[in-house]
Design a protein around this ligand. Sequence first.
Ligand code: ADP
Ligand code: MG
Length: 140
Amino acid sequence: MKEKTLSIIKPDAVAKGAIGQIIDCFTENGLKIAALKMIHMSQREAEGFYAVHKERPFFGSLTEFMISGPAVVMVLCGENAIKKNRELMGATNPAEAAEGTLRKRFATDIEKNAVHGSDAPETARTEISYFFPELEIVNA
Ligand code: ADP
Ligand code: MG
């Protein structure tokens, strides 16, 4: 099934100069880019995006990290894009991420873990519309 998912190249990976390699990984694995922009999130934007985690002990530190520098937000599109993106990303904790995954290659630690990917169709829809109006998404 053709799907869309939200991907973020987080500030740590942008700072490491890994934008190109991460995008290559997506496109070499059959995902297409339907929208892409570089943003520097405000505190409010980061807190809104991660609102589901607001009761977690790491929420303050996570949102601080997400506003620490620019990030790249993208809509990826393709067959089973949500699951495929999560597989390419690897486990949340890079220490547990499989060899060759983006988090194994580029993450610093469980918080500064290089990339975000939506985890289900409903979250993909809300997360995409959080950053992109319909007009900014092409038919990839
Ligand atoms: P994922 O991004 O793999 O879906 P979660 O939704 O559980 O993972 O968490 C969202 C983000 O919060 C993670 O990508 C990571 O940046 C951060 N995070 C998750 N767990 C921790 C933790 N134990 N300590 C610090 N940061 C964490
Ligand atoms: Mg998640």
